[in-house]
Ligand binder design. Structure first.
Ligand code: C5P
Length: 229
């Protein structure tokens, strides 16, 4: 049986990741953070001295790496590099500002995206879970356009910067805002994740706290379930 899919897109700091995780837990669903794979791939490029701007080189790396992520619990992200035997736990290192700044160099490649999207679909299909929340930038439009629940989560740039600055130590609000705006601009050139596609539910969390944002997701899922028994 295929899992019920809840597709959630949105920019950095919209609350997308933490809200998706908490909503998935409350519904007893799995959670697939697709950004983690793009981040892990950027890390793998750095470790193996692959030029992230070269699509053929990144595709060759994708042929040989082993990527695993758990959809429940702590969501550990592990990478085995080409020719390697050790599965590196990259859960923490992929969240550093250095990696964040590098990811758009690999996420801009169309064929890299196709390959990762297929990997995401396989991970979900093989999960054996009743439902999976899958979050990223192009889930509602490209990865799972037929998902019964599709949500675009946004918040104003100022609110997003404030939230991110709270997570990052030692970076000023101005610096975080500038980083967010720069990354949005690069990402938006590849996929439009700032305006909802037709049929996608917009959840603006600018004036919502964490609990209210989670409830908004759960309400949207409940509504879709009622509409299709
Ligand atoms: O969501 P997160 O901030 O972890 O994503 C990191 C980067 O991965 C984004 O800035 C974007 O370049 C890329 N990404 C993407 N498509 C996705 C998820 C992430 O291009 N579905």
């Amino acid at each position: 049986l295929d899992p019920i899919l809840v597709a959630i897109d949105g920019p950095a700091g919209s609350g997308k990741s933490s809200v998706s995780r908490a909503a998935a837990e409350q519904m007893d669903f799995g959670i697939l953070d697709t950004g983690a794979a793009y981040r892990a791939l950027a890390w793998a490029c750095r470790e193996t001295a692959v030029d992230p701007d070269s699509e053929p080189a990144v595709l060759a790396l994708l042929d040989e790496w082993i990527y695993t992520i758990s959809l429940r619990g702590e969501q550990r992200v592990q990478v085995t590099l080409p020719g390697g035997t050790e599965a590196h736990d990259v859960s923490a290192v992929i969240r550093t500002p250095e990696i964040s700044a590098q990811v758009s160099r690999i996420s801009k490649h169309p064929d890299v995206r196709v390959r990762l999207n297929n990997m995401f679909r396989e991970i979900v299909a093989a999960s054996g879970l009743p439902g999976v929340v899958i979050e990223g930038r192009d889930i509602t439009t490209v990865v799972a356009p037929d998902a019964p629940v599709r949500i675009l989560m946004t918040a104003s740039p100022e609110v997003r910067a404030t939230r991110r600055a709270g997570e990052l130590v030692g970076e000023s609000h101005e610096q975080v805002l500038a980083d967010i705006m720069a990354r949005d601009a690069k990402d938006a050139a590849v996929v439009n994740f700032l305006t909802p596609a037709p049929g996608v539910t917009l959840i603006d969390t600018s004036d919502m706290n964490f609990g209210q944002s989670i409830q908004a997701v759960i309400d949207t899922v409940d509504e879709a379930r009622r509409a299709r028994p």
